[in-house]
Design a protein around this ligand. Structure first.
Ligand SMILES: [Zn+2]
Ligand SMILES: [Zn+2]
Length: 421
């Protein structure tokens, strides 16, 4: 009997069939994978790779070496010499083309502009997840049946079928194998590998930062919080290797302590693989942390505002606007990216956003609630720069303000804008 290797779109059917066969919902299939992953976490998974079930689904392959290539095996080291079954895309996901090795494409990490890009199913799923409420906490969550939307995904593929090449999601494990998350137990293995690397990363933080912990309390706890935040937003960081994320968290925490460390030394310390766009990732991480921190500060500040203001239903919407404005402003290039002074900027954004929603709060009160002291020179500077930032462009056109607030250009908007000046 000829064996038909599974293709990307068959994968969805396969999942569907297996959940149907087990008479279980997507939720219970998800739970089953979770509990399998917990079991795999307790053991060394590599000996399991030889079981028939994985062979049946062609779901685990050893990565070849030069010798095996000479014996007729096909290349599956990712993007090796621009031609392989396995490719690493610029989004950070791996994909696999089981039938035959293929040349790199436009979306490969080492891109080949002349070749069609590969279709990344995991990216599609992440986008679908983001369009709803963000539900995934880790990139590998989207492998779970709960995140599979067969009809939408098939429609997405149909749209791209002419311009992209069909491949399926893959995972390169730490032991030299490619895993194709086609069936529940391989999905569980991928998750178990990732969860294990994650906990090793946290351990590495604690060990590396222990000497500093003696001087600065909680430094490794905060570094681990950063790391977790990066994992929750892994797609923004090109799904970078976790050792790279651990390095970035350490670099940022030391920068905040005003004891910056040389980046290459940190990367070496955590045994991180080479990363061409490391500096870029550091900057993205800074922005993510700022945004996240703004949410935390706002959460801290809100209860300290006058009861009349914080009790108002608009306060929640205003707080969100404040957070977004602040995030956008530090994304800009007017030199406010620095952590120091962040609370002053944020206090201004809170006042602005609350005012926008018709809630009056005093700048002094908010500033005090953030724990910052009044400094007329700096506060004046913040006021000038920030008000210019939100109002400078013609807001009737494509100005900045449209990015922050969801009002139209009606008289109400004009009234509110006038009131802010
Ligand atoms: Zn490639
Ligand atoms: Zn992707």
């Amino acid at each position: 009997m000829t064996k038909h290797p599974l293709r990307a779109r068959d994968l969805l059917d396969e999942w569907h069939k297996s959940t149907h066969y087990n008479r279980s919902s997507q939720i219970s299939a998800t739970l089953r994978i979770q509990s399998m992953a917990d079991t795999f976490l307790q053991q060394d998974m590599v000996p399991l790779y030889d079981l028939d079930v994985y062979k049946k689904y062609y779901s685990i392959f050893q990565i070849v070496d030069d010798d095996e290539l000479h014996h007729g095996e096909q290349e599956n080291r990712f993007c090796h010499n621009g031609h392989s079954k396995c490719h690493k895309l610029s989004c950070g996901h791996y994909v696999y083309s089981e039938k035959q090795a293929q040349p790199c494409g436009m979306t490969c990490n080492l891109s080949n502009a002349n070749k069609k890009p590969f279709f990344c199913l995991l990216c599609v799923r992440e986008i679908l997840d983001n369009q709803q409420e963000r539900l995934s906490r880790r990139w590998h969550d989207v492998l779970l049946p709960n995140f599979v939307h067969p009809s939408t995904e098939t429609a997405c593929w149909a749209e791209q079928a002419n311009s992209m090449r069909e491949v399926e999601p893959a995972y390169v494990d730490p032991h030299g194998y490619v895993l194709l998350p086609r069936i529940h137990c391989t999905i569980a293995m991928v998750r178990a590998h990732e969860l294990r690397i994650e906990s090793e990363g946290k351990q590495a933080h604690t060990t590396t930062l222990a000497p500093i912990e003696a001087k600065v309390a909680n430094v490794s706890t905060i570094a681990i919080e950063y790391f977790e935040h990066f994992l929750a937003y892994h797609d923004f960081l090109d799904h970078a290797d976790m050792r790279i994320l651990v390095s970035i968290a350490t670099i940022l925490i030391m920068r905040q302590q005003l004891e910056p460390l040389p980046h290459h030394a940190v990367l070496t310390n955590f045994n991180a693989p080479p990363c061409a766009n490391f500096e870029e990732l550091v900057e993205i991480a800074v922005r993510k942390i700022n945004y996240w921190a703004s949410g935390l500060v706002i959460r801290d500040v809100l209860p300290r505002l006058p009861p009349a203001v914080r009790g108002d239903a608009a306060a929640v919407v205003a707080a969100d606007l404040a957070s977004r404005t602040w995030h956008r402003s530090i994304e800009g290039s007017f030199g406010m990216q620095h952590w120091i002074g962040r609370k002053r900027n944020l206090a201004w954004c809170i006042v602005w956003a609350f005012k926008w929603h018709g809630l009056e709060v005093e700048y002094e009160d908010v500033l005090e609630a953030t724990g910052e002291k009044r400094d007329f020179l700096q506060d004046d500077f913040v006021h000038t720069v920030m008000s210019r930032f939100v109002l400078e462009k013609d807001w009737r056109g494509t100005g900045h303000i449209r990015r922050f607030v969801k009002f139209g250009n009606g008289p109400e908007t004009i009234k509110r804008l006038e009131a802010l000046k």
